[in-house]
Design a protein around this ligand. Structure first.
Ligand SMILES: Cc1cc2nc3c(=O)[nH]c(=O)nc-3n(C[C@H](O)[C@H](O)[C@H](O)COP(=O)(O)OP(=O)(O)OC[C@H]3O[C@@H](n4cnc5c(N)ncnc54)[C@H](O)[C@@H]3O)c2cc1C
Length: 411
């Protein structure tokens, strides 16, 4: 027999979207249950970046100082090295203080922190090791989910179900909503690297010929990612780890002295890259947010922040109605999509453009080696424009959300 739990809102997925939404709703006194299928937040690498937009949301919530007491790295500029030429593309210090930097922190620390804030609230229930398996229906409306937890099968009955269970969303699949895939020709191989004795200046990516390597500073080591052709992992593996190390050392040259630390393919994790989007994010009783509504690629490292902004928009638009006991009528769910679709669509278009130009494994070098005078002049003209726009576009997004007074003042 299934155990039955009742709540106003059931959020499926304890990623950035679900954990933030659960916290915001519970802060407003709404009875919320969040399900996370894993027993902890320690998962494969899925993005360590906390952008200025998220820092200012934490500031609004009064959590900024506590968050910044956790071990993190403050990144003020983002450099790319393209065909040997260092490009200072993004300078976050152009944004208004105090949120004039990007913080990198292992995602599990960030989620643990937010979940801890949630657990302190009386109307917040976070069920770990509990996976949604399907949806409950009441007529045409979604009325909650079925799930499996440590003590067996569950039925979570809710006025609103939020699918925040990522790009392979079980809840979305159970309702028949299908995202449109925008073909991306790349995957990423992630692996740790020790810090070289001579630490390079902060650099997000090295692009050289047909190779593209991301490097994320985790203070005591680097998390590195090799961008490869989609489905190309097996061929690389067949060439052997030594060939992989050689390619790595040739592309991210400052890391050449430490590539030998990568001993076997067991240390290398394949993460498939996807860009997809639902045409309709909602049904009666159901809303999809974050990657469940729109899978983001790692390009510009904005997926976590877009997921969080979806959560904020959802709380802003639904809190008053939920608190008044009117539930979450579908026109309000549609309003969430109307609010978030334009910035998501714009960012995904930018990501796809980047994949087609720089981050494609078949690309020809963009610059001659050494760059011609014309190429240098071109860089001198375009880089200042990128530098002026990028901190806002990447740091804050196309439509940064602020938490409404209705949510903040509801405590
Ligand atoms: C290779 C790669 C690198 C990336 N790097 C970055 C980066 O540096 N910075 C950045 O901002 N973004 C990055 N992204 C994108 C980012 O990871 C996502 O956009 C973001 O995590 C989406 O958050 P979410 O909460 O919507 O979903 P997710 O983070 O996917 O979280 C979904 C959660 O739901 C849980 N879940 C799944 N199914 C169920 C179920 N049935 N029941 C209960 N729980 C379930 C999962 O365990 C997970 O915890 C990267 C993406 C990829 C593929």
């Amino acid at each position: 027999m299934r155990r039955r739990i009742e709540c106003e809102v059931c959020v499926v997925g304890g990623g950035p979207a679900g954990i933030m939404l659960g916290y915001l709703l519970a802060r407003s006194g709404i009875d919320v249950v969040v399900l996370e299928k894993h027993g902890d937040f320690l998962r494969d690498f899925r993005g360590d970046t906390i952008h200025p937009s998220t820092l200012s949301l934490l500031g609004q919530l009064g959590l900024r100082e506590a968050f910044l007491r956790l071990p993190h790295t403050e990144v003020r500029t983002i450099d790319f090295v393209v065909d040997g030429v260092r490009i200072h593309a993004v300078d976050f210090s152009r944004l208004p203080a105090p949120d004039d930097f990007l913080s990198t922190m292992p995602q599990w620390d960030f989620l643990d922190f937010l979940a801890g804030q949630g657990r302190a609230l009386p109307s917040y229930r976070l069920l770990m090791s509990t996976a949604a398996t399907g949806v409950l229906r009441e007529g045409a409306a979604v009325a909650g989910v079925t799930a499996v937890g440590p003590e067996g099968e569950l039925e979570i009955v809710a006025g609103l179900t939020v699918a925040a269970d990522g790009r392979s969303s079980t809840v979305r699949a159970a309702t028949g909503l299908r995202p449109r895939e925008y073909g991306v020709g790349i995957d990423v191989l992630w692996f740790p690297l020790p810090s070289p004795e001579r630490r390079p200046p902060s650099t997000i990516a090295y692009v050289e010929g047909d190779s593209f390597v991301l490097t994320i500073d985790r203070r005591d080591h680097y998390q590195a990612g090799m961008v490869i052709a989609k489905g190309g992992a097996a061929a690389l593996e067949a060439e052997g780890i030594e060939a992989f190390r050689t390619r790595l050392a040739r592309t991210a040259r400052p890391f050449a002295p430490v590539v030998d630390a990568l001993r076997s393919w067991d240390e290398v994790k394949l993460l498939a890259v996807q860009v997809s989007r639902l045409e309709r994010w909602h049904l009666p009783g159901l809303l999809c947010i974050g990657d469940a509504a729109h899978a983001m690629s790692p390009a510009f490292g904005v997926g976590v922040n877009y997921a969080i902004q979806d959560a904020v928009a959802t709380a802003n638009l639904l809190t008053a109605s939920l608190r008044a006991g009117h539930g979450a009528p579908e026109e309000l769910l549609a309003a969430v999509q109307r609010r978030r679709l334009p910035p998501v669509r714009a960012m995904q278009a930018l990501q796809l453009r980047l994949h087609r130009t720089i981050a494609t494994p078949e690309r020809k070098p963009l610059l001659a080696d050494p760059p011609t005078a014309l190429q240098r002049a071109g860089l001198n003209l375009t880089v200042p424009v990128i530098r002026a726009l990028a901190p806002r576009l990447i740091g804050r997004g196309f439509r940064p959300e602020t938490i409404s007074e209705a949510v903040l003042g509801a405590q």
